[in-house]
Ligand binder design. Structure first.
Ligand code: DX5
Ligand code: ZN
Length: 220
């Protein structure tokens, strides 16, 4: 069954705990950390990750999936783990020492994940595929919610699924950006296991039926 990871970037931050409780039927809680340097926007930092962790502890117990869109993420792994990150995902483009950072994430006790921008070739992460539990394929350029899905990411999702089979690996394929009920079927049929959805959930009047519908997505 496809997993759904609501992205709280699109939530109402004035009612964050309530919003997090309202997506409790999902599978993971996706938290976007942006530094205004690696991406041209600032968003969430450590205090919000702590607040999100406290909110899921009280309610759904969803794993907190932290997507670091920051330069030098290696400097912050311990702190995000302590703040409550269950998964820590770093961008290939931000890590000259990617192999070492992924090992540090595992040592800190979180599930390691690697992220690829739309303009980055899948081949660049071949050497670290055996170190990761999650491969996150960006289907928009990172930095903002509410952008249009980039179709060329479908080929990269297929490649991630094919290489996993060929190499006998078990990473989960997560896809982030521009996913809605209307296009989720194509993303799943390309090979996605986990769909990150921001505005496609928090922009709807009722979250649980949208989460259900996304989870049931199949190719047309
Ligand atoms: C974009 C973020 C996404 C964003 C997705 O940089 O990584 O997680 O919240 O938002 P939607 O689903 O609205 O494209
Ligand atoms: Zn994200």
């Amino acid at each position: 069954m496809t997993k759904i990871a609501p992205s709280i970037l699109a939530a109402d931050f004035g009612r964050l705990a309530e919003e997090i409780a309202a997506v409790g039927s999902a599978d993971w809680l996706h938290v976007d950390v942006m530094d205004g340097h690696f991406v041209p926007n600032l968003s969430i930092g450590l205090p919000i990750v702590e607040a999100a962790k406290a909110a899921v502890k009280d309610t759904s117990k969803l794993p907190v999936d932290v997507h670091l869109m920051i330069s030098n993420p290696e400097l912050y792994i311990e702190q995000y783990r302590e703040a409550g990150a269950d998964h820590i995902l770093v961008h290939q483009e931000a890590c000259p020492h990617l192999h070492a950072v992924l090992q540090d994430i595992r040592k800190a006790g979180a599930r390691p994940g690697v992220v690829l921008n739309p303009g980055t070739s899948f081949d660049l992460i071949e050497p670290v595929l055996d170190l990761v539990e999650i491969v996150l394929i960006m289907s928009v350029n990172p930095g903002f919610g509410g952008q249009a899905f980039i179709d060329s990411s479908l080929g990269k999702i297929e490649q991630a699924a094919r290489r996993r089979g060929e190499r006998g690996l078990a990473y989960e394929i997560e896809v982030d950006g521009g996913i809605k009920v209307q296009n989720a079927g194509r993303v799943v049929s390309a090979g996605a296991d986990v769909l990150v959805v921001g505005t496609g959930i928090f922009g709807q009047p009722d979250y649980p039926p949208t989460i259900d519908e996304l989870r049931r997505s199949r190719a047309d």
